[in-house]
Design a protein around this ligand. Structure first.
Ligand code: CU
Length: 144
């Protein structure tokens, strides 16, 4: 019997805690917190486009992908893709924890960024435009 009572008290205590947290969350959204919340998200967006984590320069042209770094440790990386070629290119990546992510497509002289979290393992980076991958825009990196 005592066990049942303790269980009920725990459930009730949990319910109260949940309601309190929900109320706090609501208050936070609708009150003076709003401006600081907006500021925080704006700052996060800015730092992301400024380059989150380790910056890797990626030179793309017909038909190759060159990385400024070959050794990778687990962590956050931003691939800054520069199109030095004449045709449009992009950068896609897949590997542990990443099904497939890709940057926007850029034309000659343009840059685009792709931020990812790399885990230990092997990743493939390639260009998804046309048959560029088969033509040589395909590299593999190992995160160790
Ligand atoms: Cu390409």
């Amino acid at each position: 019997m005592a066990g049942v009572i303790v269980a009920r008290m725990r459930i009730r205590g949990f319910a109260i805690a949940s309601v309190t947290m929900a109320a706090l969350a609501l208050t936070g959204c609708s009150n003076s917190q709003e401006s600081s919340t907006a500021t925080t998200s704006a700052a996060a967006t800015t730092s992301e486009s400024t380059v989150a984590g380790t910056k890797i320069d990626v030179m793309e042209s017909e038909y190759s992908i060159e990385l400024s770094q070959q050794d990778f440790k687990p962590g956050k990386y931003t691939f800054v893709v520069m199109n030095h070629g004449q045709r449009p290119h992009d950068l896609a990546i897949k590997g542990p924890g990443i099904d497939e992510q890709k940057s926007s497509t850029v034309t000659n002289g343009e840059t685009t960024e792709l931020t990812v979290d790399l885990e230990k393992g092997e990743y493939e980076l390639w260009c998804t435009v046309g048959d560029h991958k088969d033509l040589g825009m395909d590299v593999k990196i190992t995160v160790a």
